[in-house]
Write a protein that binds this ligand. Sequence first.
Ligand code: MRU
Length: 353
Amino acid sequence: MIQTIRWQEGRVWMIDQRKLPLEKQWYVCRGYRDVIRAIKEMVIRGAPAIGIAAAMGLALGARSIRTRNSETFFKRFREIAGEMEQARPTAVNLRWATQRMLRVATSLESSPVEEIKEALFSESQKILEEDIETNRAIGKAGLPLIPHGGTILTHCNAGGLATGGYGTALGVIRTAHEAGKNIRVVADETRPWLQGLRLTSFELMEDGIPVTVIADNAAGLLMSQKKIDLVITGADRIAANGDVANKIGTYQVAVLARAHKIPFYVAAPLSTIDPLTKSGAYIPIEERDGDEILKIGNKRLAPPETRALNPAFDITPARYVSAIITESGVLRPPFRKSIKNVVASKLSFNTTK
Ligand code: MRU
């Protein structure tokens, strides 16, 4: 599987996802500002992947602070963390990773600055390694939900490229394939960035998993023709009540799935659950440049003066979600309760460790 992000010789290397699958180019970040730019400009994308990038970016940022004075270090490090957290607003993994890095630094407040920098670097590597393990656990948890010979519709890219490797929604799909379930995948093209057409199809084909791409607006017809058995998507943030923010277009797929009595599953790590956000209404939706809609590649197709609206995510209300597949097992409705329980057990596990 293709590596999404790595640390090499004091720099952060990311596969440039804007260029895939036609070109495989590495984008090299020398400083934390390069990482922020890479996140904003979609060099790296997908909620868990941008969390990992943020952690590595903060390790780079910490290294760039030239002081031995702990107070000066912390003042600057907190500013950098604040900038990093703002890179994209919807995926909560960015905040999750930033807060985790801040906690590590704070726990070493009285240590020499060089030790804090080293600990931040190690933590960023740990976040990457854990993410891959987490995805495998999500895959295992989701396996019983996948029927033998089933056809799975997915939206956007929730694969190895959107994570440290393996993927969340595609992690479940990969596990089912590895278990010999003989599945097929239908990938929505996912306008305007075409993550389905460019990235999901690329990843699945590399793994020999049968995949067919459709225009986003073909999903309803295929469901009505009984050509889809279930839907699995990833998530950028899951609110305390189970409302799910994910790539724009996910909501309409979920509504269609309900209308056709097809299960709609969301696969996500616990780091994507935001118990501090009560419901989807409080999740900030990123608005991107209208040119992403008006142009295809570098070519503008719309008449001059056309205005475009480009929300990058939408909210699927919890009532349309059949289950949330996490590394700690499958959460079922009522989500307010199942989410509360899993978050509580995770917290007590972390404090007793
Ligand atoms: O704008 P993107 O490409 O970052 O959006 C990504 C998605 O919406 C994914 O489905 C989500 O982050 C889950 S990735 C495991």
